[in-house]
Design a protein around this ligand. Sequence first.
Ligand code: GDP
Ligand code: MG
Ligand code: K
Length: 300
Amino acid sequence: MFNTPEGYRSGFVALVGRPNVGKSTLLNKLVGQKVAIMSDKPQTTRHKIHSVLSRNDAQIVFLDTPGIHKPRHKLGEYMVDVALGALKEVDVVLFLVEATGPPGAGDRYIAEQLKEIKTPVFLLINKVDLVKKEEVLERIVSYKDLLDFAEVVPVSALAGENVDRLVDTIVQYLPEGPQYYPADMVTDRPERFIMAEIIREKVLHLTSEEVPHSVAVVVEQIQARSNGVVAVHAVIYTERESQKAILIGKGGNMLKEVGRRARQEIENLLGSKVYLELWVKVKKDWRNKMADLRNFGFME
Ligand code: GDP
Ligand code: MG
Ligand code: K
């Protein structure tokens, strides 16, 4: 989609772990800054934002999961199911635990749940800055009894210790794939992503069940013109020709309406006049994963 180079790898990674083990700290360290993309706009917060790590050769999309904890009610059970369902769809699960103590009930429960999925699970022993080496080894031994881990990586999310190695290891587990997001998304162009979400929302709203959630939108270009108009070029990806046809509509009417509604909202967002150019393209299969993940909560 962004002229993905040969051999480029990309995929999805979920972070799990009981509260306070350092998930958010690690995520922020990984992507280099606090991901504060979401504005207070209700129409955008409904959609879940991933944080993204981009390199020349790979892109990792991280999810901060809503948490797997022992359900206390039906809704809790449902949430755990949803979380586990999503974990099946990602390429790597990072299971964060603390070096500072033995596995607790919360850690054991999560390990138990992770047995249900086939996704490779990395054990991350976090906060190694607080303990001696021997203690880290002790932790590794006790956790290894709980689950068959694909990798074990001691880290300090706070100090950034071993985080680069973690990234290298994750990349080894990713399939070849496209660059899902602009490489600069996390750093200076959050509005680009929000725009894409606005367009996607209009698509889903106007097409109801005819176009499944597998539709994805990428804003490829934003250009401020000298006359004060902001030109936005976006591509709507569908999985099938039939969906593309529905999206374009008779005489292009559907796409026009999507564009009209999205443009109004983007104008409100940017506070300037917008020229919105929309394209529809078919891209098979790889969207499945992403679409499923969208419906599920993460980040804070
Ligand atoms: P979360 O609930 O799993 O998202 O955990 P947080 O990221 O909010 O971290 C919980 C607390 O642990 C915070 O006070 C962090 O500063 C601290 N913390 C996280 N990672 C580390 C680490 O590697 N070393 C130390 N010493 N503290 C950490
Ligand atoms: Mg957190
Ligand atoms: K998108």
